[in-house]
Design a protein around this ligand. Structure first.
Ligand code: C2E
Ligand code: MG
Ligand code: MG
Length: 368
C-alpha cells in the first residue's frame, strides 16, 4: 500500500482498505490484484507452510454511497459475491464497473499473449493520386483476430497497448510485417509502392527506435525509400528538439515522413516548417463534411495551400464520395485515401489490386 492509504482490521479475518484519489477502476483493480498476490504468498510457521487466499469487495465513492456506512455495506455485498465466484478474487459493487473492469483486464491479458499467438494481421489501404486515379502508395493498418471472435479494430486495443507499453513490441511486429510484405510484392515484380506505417507516441519516444528501424530494414531487405512513417502532431509537440533530431535521422535513412490526422491538434505552422516532413494528411473529420460545410471547406483549402507552400504533399483521408473527390481535385490535393477507392484490404486482396495495375514506372520493374 502507499503511505496515504489506510489499512485497518475490522475484526476476525476482516480487513478494510481505504484508497484515496480519483477512483479509476483499473487502478483500483490493480491494487486489489496486488493485495491478492501478497496474501497468497505462503506463510511459514515451522514446521508448516500455510497458504491463504482473500476475497475482496470494492465500493467506490461517490456512486456506491456517500457515507461510511453505505460504502462498507456495499463493499461487504461485493465481497460475498467475490466468495461466490470461488474466492481469491475481487468484485466491484457496481455491476457496470465490474463488467467494464473485468473486460479490460481480460483484454489486457489477451493482448499480452496476442503477439506470441500470432493473432495480429495487417490490412493495406491504397493511397491514390487524385489527378490520375492511380495507386501510388499504401498504408498498413493493424487488426487483432482473437480466436472465434470478430476482427478487432485498432481503436479498441491500440490505446490499451499504448498505456501498457505493449505497443512497442506490437509496433515492431507491424513494421517488420509491413516491410516483409512490401519487399515480397516488389520481388514478385509488382509495381513498387511506398508503404506507410503508423507510429505511436510510445514508440516514437522509445530510445531504441532508430536502431530498431535500421535492424528491421536490414533484416527484411526493403530499401528505406519504400517506407514511410505516419506520426501525429502530439508526438512532436511534446519534445520538439528530440523530435527534430529523430525525424532528421529517419529522413537521412531515406524514409518518408508524414503528419497524420492533421488539423485536429495544434496544427502549428512553425513545426511543419521546421520538421523534415514529406506530406500532410488532412484528417477525415474535415473531408467528411465536404463540400457542404463552409468551415471545413475553408480549412481543407487552407491546409492544402499551406502544405504546398512548404513543398509538402497533401493527402486527404477518408474520401467516400465523388463530390469530395471533385472538391479535392479542384483544390489541388495530391493524394487521397478512402472507401471511395478501396477499404483497407487483407494482403491477398490487395495483391489483386496490385496485379491489376499497369506498371507505374516508365522504367521496367526488374524482379530482384
Ligand atoms: P489512421 O492512421 O488515421 O488510419 C485511417 C483510418 O481511417 C483507418 O482506420 C481506416 O480504416 C479508416 N478509413 C480509411 N478510409 C476511410 C473512409 O473512407 N471512411 C471512413 N469512415 N474511415 C476510413 P483503422 O484501420 O480502424 O485505424 C484507426 C487508427 O488506428 C489509425 O488511424 C491509426 O491511428 C491507428 N492504427 C492503425 N494501425 C496502427 C498501427 O499499426 N500502429 C499504431 N500505432 N496505430 C495504428
Ligand atoms: Mg495513419
Ligand atoms: Mg489519420
Amino acid at each position: 500500500m502507499r503511505e496515504v492509504d489506510t489499512v485497518s482490521r475490522l475484526g476476525g479475518d476482516e480487513f478494510m482498505v481505504l484508497i484515496e484519489g480519483p477512483p479509476r477502476p483499473a487502478d483500483v483493480a490493480e491494487v486489489a490484484q496486488k493485495i491478492l498476490a501478497a496474501v497468497a504468498r505462503p506463510v511459514l510457521l515451522e514446521p508448516q507452510e500455510f497458504h491463504l487466499t482473500a476475497s475482496i469487495g470494492i465500493s467506490v465513492c461517490p456512486g456506491d454511497g456517500d457515507d461510511l456506512q453505505s460504502l462498507m455495506k456495499n463493499a461487504d455485498t461485493a465481497m460475498y459475491r467475490a466468495k461466490e465466484q470461488g474466492k481469491n478474487n475481487f468484485q466491484f459493487y457496481s455491476a457496470q464497473i465490474n463488467v467494464h473492469t473485468l473486460e479490460r483486464i481480460a483484454l489486457e491479458s489477451d493482448l499480452r499473449h496476442a503477439l506470441e499467438r500470432e493473432e495480429f494481421l495487417l490490412h493495406y489501404q491504397p493511397k491514390v493520386d487524385v489527378g490520375s486515379n492511380r495507386i501510388v502508395g499504401m498504408e498498413a493498418l493493424v487488426r487483432w483476430q482473437r480466436p472465434g471472435q470478430e476482427l478487432i479494430a485498432p481503436a479498441r486495443f491500440i490505446p490499451l497497448a499504448e498505456e501498457t507499453g505493449l505497443i512497442v513490441p506490437i509496433g515492431e511486429w507491424v513494421l517488420k510485417t509491413a516491410c516483409l510484405q512490401n519487399k515480397a510484392w516488389q520481388d514478385q515484380g509488382l509495381p513498387r509502392l511506398r508503404i506507410a506505417v503508423n507510429l505511436s507516441p510510445r514508440q516514437f519516444a522509445h530510445p531504441s527506435l532508430l536502431q530498431d528501424v535500421a535492424r528491421v530494414l536490414a533484416e527484411t531487405g526493403l530499401d528505406p525509400i519504400w517506407l514511410e512513417f505516419e506520426i501525429t502532431e502530439s508526438m512532436v509537440i511534446r519534445d520538439p528538439e528530440h523530435a527534430v533530431s529523430l525525424l532528421r535521422s529517419l529522413k537521412e535513412m531515406g524514409i518518408h515522413l508524414s503528419i497524420d490526422d492533421f488539423g485536429t491538434g495544434y496544427s502549428s505552422l512553425s513545426y511543419l516548417k521546421r520538421f523534415p516532413l514529406n506530406s500532410v494528411k488532412i484528417d477525415r473529420s474535415f473531408i467528411q463534411d465536404l463540400p457542404g460545410d463552409s468551415n471545413h471547406t475553408e480549412i481543407t483549402q487552407a491546409i492544402i495551400a499551406m502544405a504546398h507552400s512548404l513543398r509538402l504533399g497533401a493527402i486527404a483521408e477518408g474520401v467516400e464520395t465523388e463530390e469530395q473527390l471533385r472538391f479535392l481535385r479542384l483544390h489541388g490535393c495530391n493524394q487521397m485515401q478512402g472507401y471511395l477507392f478501396s477499404k483497407p484490404l487483407p494482403a491477398d486482396q490487395f495483391l489483386r489490386l496490385l496485379q491489376g495495375m499497369v506498371p507505374a514506372d516508365p522504367m521496367p520493374v526488374s524482379p530482384a
